[in-house]
Structures are given as C-alpha cells and as structure tokens.
Design a protein around this ligand. Structure first.
Ligand code: HAM
Length: 441
C-alpha cells in the first residue's frame, strides 16, 4: 500500500501541537486587543499579480503559484501586506483613521528548509494605516514587544533592531550616490551579515567598484549602534532632510523610553529589510543569544496602498512568525503543557444507569463543564482508573444501588472524599464544588 507523507516543509498539528499553536494565537490576540487593534481576515489564494514586483524578488521566487481551472494565474499568499493594502485601499474613505488592524493566518513560501523556517507558517500581522508620523511606529513596536512579553519573555530573551531606509537614502545621497546606486547599496547591506564584502559584488558589476573612502563611510554607518553615534556621524552632513529625520528618531526612541521599553530596542543600521516596499523605519526582532532566525520583521510602507490602486495612505506594520517564537518558548521552558483535563468523569454501572446518567451529563456540558465518560460498558475498577488518568477533579458515580436510592455519588478524586446527593441536585453540587463554593466533606 502506498504511504502518503506531507509535502516537504508542511506541518501537521496533532492535538498537543494544536494546543501549543492556540496558546500562541491566544496571547497574540489578547495583546492586539489591549492595543485596540481590530481583527480581519482574507483569502489564502490570491491573484499572482498582487505579489509581482511588489513584494520583492526574493518572495517572488518563493511563490507557490499555478494556473487555476479558469485560466487565472494565482498564488498562495506568501505574506499579508499586499492583501491588507487592498482591503484598506478599497474602503479608505469610509475607515476611521488611524486604521489599526491585525490578523493571524497561514502563509506559504517555497523556501530552503532550515530551523525555524518552513514552507507554510503562521504569522501575526499588525498594521496601522493613516498615520504618517513616528507615533505609529511607537504603537507598533510597543505592541511587538508586548506580544513577546505576554509569554513571559524578557529583555534578556529578545530585542528589536531598529533602522531606517530613509536615513540610509539621505545619507547615501549626501555621499553623492544616486537612487539606483543607493538601492543597490541597500541590497548589499541586507546581505552583508551573511556575505561580508562579497555582498557588494552586484554593485561593482552594475556601477563599478566603490571607492575605498565611500566603502569605509558606508561600513561605519552600518556599524552604528546608538543614537549618539548616529548624531555624531551625521553632524558633518547637516541638511534639512537629515535633521528632520533625526528629530523623528528622537521622538520614537523617546516615546519607547517613556514606556519603559528602551531595554528592548537597539539602534542597528545593519537592518534594511529585503522586501521591496519599505520606505522608512524598519525593524526586526531577534533572540538575544542569536541562535534563531528572525522572530519578526516590519516597517513603514507609505506607497504600497497607492501602488495597488488605492489612494495615498501612509502605513506601517510588522509580522511575527509562529515557528521561531515556538522554538524560543521551548528553549526558555515557557511553553506550557496545554492539553486540558476534563472537570468531571462519569463512572457508569450498566445500560440502565447509562441512560439515567446521560441527562446529567448533557446538562453539565450545557453549563460549560468538561465532562467525559466511557463509551463502552467497563468494570468499575477500570472506570476509576480511567477517571484518575484523565486528570478529572470529580467522578460522578451512577451505580445501580445509588440510582435505586435516587442519589448519585460525587467523589473528589484528589482528596478521595465523597458524598451522595439527590439526583436533582447533581448539577448544582458539581457547580458549587468546581467554583470552590463548597468541598466534599
Ligand atoms: P517577513 O520578514 O518576510 O515580513 O516575515 C516576518 C516573519 O515571518 C519573519 O520574521 C519570520 O518570523 C516569519 N517567516 C517568514 N518566512 C518564514 C518561513 N519561511 N518560515 C517560517 N517563518 C517565516 C513580512 O512578511 C512582512 N509582510 C511583514 C509586514 C507586515 N510588514 C508590514 N506589515
């Protein structure tokens, strides 16, 4: 018989995996709620054109795309950003600004598989539309940090690297480079961590070798790790655009410091982000030990709504991936055991008793209690064993003797105490016990 396996990079979620995933989603949702973000959702299959020339070469090369039966070129979504731009763009005039939205969904990229990277993964996306100033970045970076802290992670576990594509463009312009040259340099900076000087080979091919003086200036700008260092480097280049940009940096870092978040954020101009649409501040979150791939990434993309056919609409956002977050939580022992035990296990004598028990079982479940019982008739001993193994707090015992007397036994499985209650008081007694209002004497 042929055996079928999942496609490489695709995941199956057994109940314990699903419980872990839901734990992550629950805390993301909770954080987004406290920051006033509203949840939205959208299709997983989109027109291929939505990503072409918008997301960037790397994502385009990783698309799962095909022609559907109607002859349409389609792709499984590799990210949410173009989609959310379409949603917001289509209702731009009706939406109350700023628009603060979040979503949790599955995404698909044909990537080389490695630790923390798969071909399908979940992302939490949060985006703000309609706010051009760094107040939007403040809100988003604070939310990003809260999303990690809600699991119990601290500034010793993760941090956010903050950078700025505008600043890079202004700086490279001040050094005498034009737009195409500056773009190529940013492409090299994106790869510099991995490739070192080799990263500049595309630039050399297209524009000739960078003069050593320029290379030195670019590498020292790349090495900037603090606001004072940034100010010092820019002092010699004073200009209106650079000055205004520095003021934005101070506003953003000042606001984050006022929130007590400065330990979570580091200036790092080595981050420029590979995606094509970013226009201003960009940021990525990493684990402090540097063991894992990026936990999250985002930035400002003021032109994308308009490029996708909507009105001009400033935007900033980020996405956290579930795979690296799960690895980090496991590493730090912060992933709880999550399979829930029943509250009550019903131990049932025979066929007659079973019918009597069903009325209470159904009513208790309707009240919201988690209740289990054996599907088949079993000896009492086996049922008590199953009740203990299930982790239930209470056993309800429906034996022939009890039913003849018109009562049910309720046993506290931890304390090994029990009482008899009249049939019509079973639900009330279970509720009192489970809410702590009474104990079984
Ligand atoms: P991104 O940096 O491509 O940004 O992805 C964000 C996060 O998604 C990554 O930091 C990583 O945690 C996770 N991720 C990405 N690819 C994979 C993969 N193959 N396997 C597992 N996890 C992965 C974006 O997607 C932007 N659209 C984020 C954004 C939202 N920018 C503005 N708004």
């Amino acid at each position: 018989m042929a055996t079928f396996q999942t496609l490489p990079g695709f995941r199956e979620f057994y109940p314990e995996d699903c419980a872990r995933r839901n734990h992550i989603f629950r805390l993301w949702r909770q954080s987004a709620g406290t920051y006033g973000f509203a949840e939205y959702d959208a299709p997983v299959l989109e027109p291929l054109d939505l990503y072409k020339a918008k997301s960037g070469n790397e994502i385009e090369a990783q698309l799962f795309s095909f022609t559907d039966k109607g002859g349409r070129e389609v792709a499984l979504r590799p990210e949410m950003t173009p989609t959310v731009c379409r949603l917001v763009g289509a209702r731009a005039s009706a939406l109350k600004r700023p628009v603060k939205w979040f979503s949790i969904g599955e995404f698909y990229r044909y990537e080389r598989m490695q630790k923390g990277r798969g071909r399908c993964f979940f992302q939490f996306n949060a985006d703000i539309f309609g706010e051009p100033g760094p107040e939007a970045e403040t809100e988003l970076i604070a939310l990003l940090i809260q999303c990690f802290r809600s699991f119990g992670l601290t500034a010793d576990d993760f941090y956010v690297r903050l950078s700025d594509r505008n600043l890079w463009f202004y700086y490279l312009e001040a050094l005498g480079l034009d737009q195409p040259q500056a773009r190529s340099i940013l492409g090299a900076i994106d790869k510099y961590d991995k490739l070192g000087a080799e990263a500049f080979s595309d630039y050399a091919r297209d524009f000739g070798a960078l003069p050593p003086v320029l290379m030195e200036k670019i590498l020292s700008f790349l090495a900037i790790k603090s606001l004072p260092a940034l100010e010092a480097q820019l002092a010699a280049l004073a200009g209106e655009k650079l000055g205004a940009r520095l003021a934005d940096w101070k506003k953003l870092l000042g606001a984050l410091a006022a929130m007590g978040l400065e330990r979570f954020v580091e200036v790092d101009l080595g981050v420029v982000r590979g995606l094509a649409y970013y226009t201003g501040f960009v940021f990525e979150a990493f684990d402090r030990k540097g063991d894992l791939r990026a936990l999250a990434g985002g930035g400002r993309y003021d032109d994308l709504v308009e490029k996708l056919g909507g009105p001009a609409f400033p935007a900033v956002g980020f996405a956290i991936g579930d795979m690296t977050v799960a690895l980090l939580l496991e590493q730090r022992g912060l992933m709880p055991t999550l399979i829930q035990s029943p509250d009550v296990y019903a131990v049932i004598g025979g066929a007659q008793e079973r019918l009597a028990a069903f009325a209470d079982i159904n009513e208790l479940r309707a009240c919201g209690f988690r209740l289990e019982y054996p599907m088949k008739e079993l000896a009492f001993g086996k049922q008590f064993k199953a009740a203990a193994e299930s982790g239930a707090k209470l056993a309800l015992i429906y034996g022939g003797d009890e039913l003849a007397k018109g009562v049910v036994k309720i046993r506290d499985l931890a304390q090994r105490t029990e009482i008899e209650v009249p049939r019509d008081q079973v639900v009330a007694s279970v509720r009192d016990f489970m809410t702590g209002a009474s104990r079984l004497a």
